[in-house]
Design a protein. Structure first.
Lengths: 971, 243
């Protein structure tokens, strides 16, 4: 043989191929990176990160790099399908129908519901990125029964922070690792916020930052932490309260910040007989009732030793002490009440709750406090605060935090996250360099101004809903209840049971609809939500509810419509399936009206533009909504004479405005006739083209003086007001002490002029609506026999999979084809379990058989597994013997959507009693070895799902080479 | 003489597998492609990947570490896989030190994979030839690409920039500086193959707190511990006693 290579490694693999590069936005998770899609002979050859995109600057993750296998997946649905007449729901027998028939069916049935009782139509969506549109459709239809996935995802994170600091982690804010010196990550799902977190975390570490991870489990990000602090699940609130205790004890808080930018110094009425007990004392009634905090509260001034209006020039409030107003009313500053509250929360107390040594808790507090105090940053940026004071510099206290579902998905999560927000506030880190930074459109008033309807009469036939389907209650009068105090929504959102359920309670929709509580519905439309599998709690029972019939032989939920791009477990329970496109085949907007991709330095929104033709008869769900809205003559989609207003979704996006002539629409870039305006301006017919030319992204970098301190930054708030982002430009003081909470508590105590809860709920509301954070054991834990079920069971999110989305992906499933239950080796040995053994994991609700894996990276009282790797047999067009269904398992079978029945027979959702956040991580379990001779197979099992018409056969081998002919097939 | 290589920083690798699939997607449609997948939708799927991330735990709870360890061909300076190849298919390029397989000469005898101490060769069950990391040789010299893109796919993808690429024989290159200054090491040097790829170890940042840092002159407690004076009309001992 010659030594010259025969195979030229530099030669093009497909000779004479046509190549092309198109830009769009990724959707392999919710991160929304800019991507370049490289095509060869019309096939996807390569997807890489767009180097010019502000979010990911060229990097891409495992999921994004595997988009090709999503595009060509054999699990794709390609035709509208109807359950075969005469077959049972769930049997998976479908027949093709045309889109015209589909729309006729839908428009007839939904038209009838709209004309009679619009709330019989329920629309619930999963991790969609078009909530502004789906929510608008529901509102236009007139049904209150709409929510996206937030209620079972991280609404506690959103609500806990937004009700405290006016902003939240992820889309609306995050840690400024560029400037931070100490970073504490606690309870994070590793896909929130995926690539930007990885980019900034690595940079932070390289630049010498100290990274502490507090988590029961050490995976992904925690692996590279300088210190891992294992904690028992659901006890994070206890840790924060003890750290707050220590910071206050030692004076390691930023007093100046607390005084000027929070309600710490404001005087609280402590006259227990007074109707305003626990409320701030007010000097006067504001001229205008609006969605903002009027500046009419009092401080007790240190200089004059008397009460003065807050922020009076030259005044300096006492933060501690007890005073009497001239009329004899006893008052205390909010900060004193916080100090009183945390008095009992000592590090020693927290040690017993969290499992973290008191000395470690103290040291954590010291590290935070000292870093914040001694490593101050002064940026030479002049700015003016809301009270007109000019500042020469912007100060930063470089301690940053990040948290997500690990804190949120507990029934005590709201208070835990309030405690975290207060801790961040004490350290003086809100919207400052090196701390937490907001992203437009946040900060917003506390709470934000959108309100749900508050009267059942908001729902009227053939009429849009009078109010937003989702919003932010500010007091009990904002609840969506009837005269008896009963819920109006099918999920009981915004009821006395879950008053601040800002994202709804999707996890209870099927159970409630099945039970007819508060009423039965007719049509349930699910969009990309896998509610018959990994997105539901109590999976086995919920699957039964979906096929359960009443005594007349009719399904208890009469009509189920599912829109999905893939062969999910839920599609089997559909009466009608709408095949969605992939992300490479459609237009989309990441809108300022929804959850945009803004950066710390200013607003950013972005779009998807199709880079591939649609497959089969797939139709983007947006187009379905526009078409259906037009056929149903929903006012937003038709002219006054009822004629079609928008040709299609792109046309709608360009031309729809919040109000005629408002200049505010879905996209903020290239507005105005010629695309000369940003944020606000007339519709621009060439807006899509301009996005296409600019990497599909619009980024407005704010002047430096508007980039910090935005809760109280006059320039920024007025800019925000001018651009229609917010109605008010009043300062957004941090709610160390929450009057919103106190208003509900007063109502529960029968003291308010607002509505009051029904008797049986008064105690619950009074208990949990505490204006200051407190620690309580998660509700399910309280209702569990902890001796029998000694372990906590939680899930983690693998970085290479997003929810259930990627088991159909030939490459990603090779990284996670099945999951184990990870058990601390000592815990496992004590239970007689060997590494790799088949075991049962059992809760009070059910049990699963799975495989155990020893781990030294989990605290001994916790077992965990990767989320949503387990699949039902045959689902996602995997073979029935695929690892996902035979060795993979779902923890959801062990988790109930409801708490044990109350003494009076009533049931509460297994959720946070304030926000309705699904308490996924509260479940208690025990583990034991499976018997000899039991099948080495996951339990429970379900009959394998069938392939539907229009789906490809899954090949037995694959040799993907883009633009060439042979790709794979059967052997 | 040039020796191209990767330097992988274990201090920042979070084990996300971006390098695994970005490698797969580039190379399956590149000059080394296709990279076959067996049973892609069935039981025990397995396919050709040039780069894999392994995750290890070390130590005993609570003193444990989780380590993500990306592994691909190390492009050894004295590769064990080359001399054992009966057909000369396994070769090391003189111009840049990349170790490649000439697929047109490979007879699939697998001697090279037995010889490789690092287990980084991947046999293609469809084409019956041995495949392996090419350092994206079909990217790094592709002059039709912008210069910034002329890097291995894994390097470009890596969200934590844990993968550096360059010439380890150039003492001024980014990779040489990293090896020199951040404690770069080669895997199993005792095998004598002189791996070109290097790894950077974990580096911990700690904080030392001195007792006197907890008490400072500007402690806000100086203000906040001054509590308000009681009302003058409050009852005192003066009201009842003349002593």
């Amino acid at each position: 043989m010659s030594s010259t290579p025969l195979h030229d490694p530099l030669a093009p693999p497909v000779a004479g191929a046509t190549t092309e590069i198109k830009k769009t936005t990724c959707y392999m998770c919710a991160c929304r990176c800019g991507i370049r899609v490289h095509l060869r002979n019309g096939e996807v050859r390569y997807i890489d990160g767009n180097p010019d995109h502000p979010l990911n600057a060229g990097v891409i993750c495992a999921k994004g790099s595997s988009g090709i296998m999503k595009q060509y997946s054999p699990a794709r649905l390609t035709k509208p399908l109807r359950r075969k007449p005469g077959t049972e729901r769930g049997a998976g027998e479908f027949e093709e129908i045309s889109w015209e028939e589909t729309f006729t069916l839908l428009a007839d049935r939904l038209g009838e519901l709209r004309a009679t009782d619009p709330k019989k139509f329920a629309l619930f969506t999963g991790r969609d990125q078009m909530q502004a549109l789906t929510g608008m459709f529901a509102r236009q239809f007139g049904t209150p029964n709409y929510a996206a996935h937030g209620g079972f995802c991280s609404v506690n994170m959103a609500a806990g922070m937004i009700y405290t600091i006016g902003g939240s982690f992820w889309e609306f804010g995050g840690p400024d690792l560029e400037r931070s010196k100490l970073f504490i990550m606690i309870g994070t799902a590793e896909d929130h916020h995926s690539n930007p977190m990885k980019v900034s975390l690595a940079k932070f570490k390289r630049e010498g930052g100290r990274f502490i991870s507090i988590n029961p489990v050490r995976t992904g990000y925690s692996a590279i932490a300088d210190e891992w602090v294992p904690i028992r699940p659901g006890t994070d609130g206890a840790l924060f309260l003890a750290i707050i205790h220590e910071l206050i004890e030692l004076g390691l808080y930023d007093r100046e910040f607390l005084v000027r930018y929070t309600n710490s110094g404001q005087l609280v009425n402590l006259d227990a007989e007074h109707d305003e007990f626990g409320m701030f004392v007010r000097t006067e009634v504001p001229e205008e009732e609006g969605c903002y905090d009027p500046q009419n509260k009092l401080w007790w001034d240190r200089n004059t030793d008397k009460p003065v209006v807050t922020h009076t020039e030259g005044a300096d409030p006492f933060l501690r002490g007890e005073f009497k107003l001239p009329d004899g009313t006893p008052v205390k500053p909010a900060f004193q009440l916080l100090k009183d509250r945390v008095a009992e929360y000592t590090p020693e107390w927290a040690e017993g709750v969290t499992g973290i040594a008191a000395d470690t808790i103290r040291r954590l507090a010291h590290e935070m406090g000292i870093t914040a105090r001694d490593q101050k940053i002064e940026l030479p940026i002049a700015w003016t605060d809301s009270w007109g004071k000019e500042h020469e510099t912007v100060t930063g206290n470089p301690v940053a935090f990040h948290a997500m579902r690990g804190l949120a998905a507990h029934s005590n999560g709201f208070h835990t996250i309030r405690a975290l927000s207060i801790l961040m506030t004490l350290l003086g880190t809100i919207d400052r360099p090196g701390g937490f930074r907001h992203k437009t459109p946040f900060p917003r008033p506390i709470p934000p101004c959108a309100r749900p309807p508050n009267d059942p009469r908001a729902v009227q036939p053939n009429t849009p809903l009078d109010g937003m389907p989702l919003g932010w209650p500010a007091d009990p009068d904002d609840l969506f209840v009837d005269k008896e105090g009963e819920a109006v929504r099918i999920d009981k959102g915004f009821s006395w049971e879950y008053p601040l359920s800002a994202h709804g309670l999707m996890h209870n929709v099927i159970t409630n609809a099945w039970r007819g509580d508060p009423y039965p519905i007719d049509t349930l439309l699910l969009f990309m939500a896998n509610m018959a599998w990994n997105s539901t709690m109590n999976t086995s029972e919920v699957r039964k509810m979906l096929t359960d019939k009443n005594e007349n032989g009719e399904y208890k939920i009469p009509n189920i419509v599912v829109c999905d791009a893939f062969h999910s477990e839920t599609t089997a329970f559909a009466d009608l399936i709408l095949p969605d496109t992939t992300y490479l085949e459609r237009h989309d907007v990441m809108s300022m009206l929804d959850r945009p991709i803004s950066e710390f330095d200013g607003p950013v929104d972005s779009v998807r533009i199709p880079v591939m033709p649609r497959t089969g008869e797939c139709l983007p769900f947006q187009e379905v909504l526009i078409e259906l809205g037009t056929r149903l003559k929903l006012p937003a989609f038709v002219t006054q004479d009822g004629a079609r207003k928008y040709k299609d979704y792109p046309d709608f996006i360009v031309n729809w405005e919040t109000a005629p002539g408002s200049g505010i629409g879905f996209l903020s870039g290239w507005r105005g006739k010629g695309g000369e305006k940003s944020m606000k301006g007339e519709p621009n017919p060439n807006q899509w083209e301009m996005y296409a030319k600019n990497d599909c992204v619009h980024h407005e970098v704010l002047p430096r003086s508007y980039q910090f301190m935005r809760n109280w930054n006059k320039g920024y708030l007025e800019w925000s007001q001018r651009n229609g982002i917010t109605r008010y430009s009043e300062p957004i003081l941090i709610h160390l002490y929450s009057e919103v909470m106190q208003k509900f508590r007063l109502a529960a105590q029968g003291k308010s002029i607002t509505r009051q809860p029904p008797k049986h709920l008064a105690k619950r509301v009074e208990t949990y609506f505490d204006p200051l954070p407190f620690y309580y054991e998660p509700l399910e834990t309280q209702a569990s026999d902890k001796l029998k079920y000694p372990l906590s069971a939680v899930t983690q999110r693998p970085m290479a999979m997003y929810h259930s989305w990627d088991s159909q992906n030939a490459w990603l499933r090779q990284i996670h084809a099945h999951n184990y239950l990870y058990v601390n080796a000592l815990t496992a040995k004590n239970a007689g379990i060997g590494d790799g053994d088949w075991i049962w994991c059992e809760s009070q609700w059910g049990k699963v058989r799975c495989m155990a894996r020893y781990s030294e990276s989990v605290e001994p009282g916790t077992v965990w597994t990767w989320n949503a790797i387990g699949k039902a047999a045959g689902a996602w067009n995997l073979t029935p013997d695929a690892n996902e269904s035979q060795q993979g398992f779902l923890l959801n079978h062990l988790i109930s959507e409801e708490l044990p029945k109350q003494a009076d027979g009533s049931r509460f959702s297994n959720s946070d009693p304030i926000t309705g956040q699904a308490a996924w991580y509260d479940v208690r379990v025990r583990i034991y070895k499976a018997e000899e001779g039991e099948p080495q197979q996951t339990s429970p099992q379900f009959p394998p799902m069938k392939k539907y018409p229009g789906m490809k056969d899954a090949p037995t081998w694959l040799a993907y080479l883009a633009g060439a002919k042979k790709k794979g097939g059967a052997k | 003489m040039t020796q191209l290589a990767l330097v992988i920083d274990l201090n920042v690798c979070v084990g996300c597998s971006a390098c695994v699939t970005s490698c797969k997607e580039w190379n399956t449609s590149g000059s080394a492609g296709p990279l076959v997948d067996e049973r892609p939708y069935g039981e025990n799927p397995t396919g050709t990947f040039f780069n894999r991330v392994q995750t290890y735990e070390m130590g005993t709870f609570p003193n444990s570490e989780t380590m993500h360890f990306p592994k691909s061909c190390l492009h050894c300076e004295d590769p064990a896989c080359v001399p054992v190849c009966p057909t000369g298919a396994s070769y090391k390029r003189k111009e840049d030190g990349i170790v490649l397989v000439d697929y047109d000469k490979c007879i699939g005898c697998k001697y090279c994979s037995w010889a490789c101490p690092y287990g980084v060769r991947e046999f293609d069950e469809q084409e019956k030839v041995m495949k392996k990391c090419t350092l994206c040789v079909d990217r790094i010299y592709d002059m039709t690409m912008p210069e910034a893109d002329r890097k291995p796919s894994c390097v470009k993808a890596c969200p934590t920039s844990a993968r550096l690429f360059g010439d380890i024989h150039d003492p001024e290159s980014e990779v040489s500086v990293a090896i020199r200054e951040d404690g770069g090491y080669a895997l199993m040097p005792e095998w004598g193959t002189h791996p070109s790829n290097h790894y950077l170890p974990r580096r911990k940042t700690k904080m030392k707190i001195h007792a006197d840092e907890l008490e400072r002159a500007d402690n806000p407690l100086k203000l906040d511990q001054q509590l308000p004076k009681p009302d003058k009309d409050q009852s005192t001992m003066d009201d009842v006693s003349a002593w």
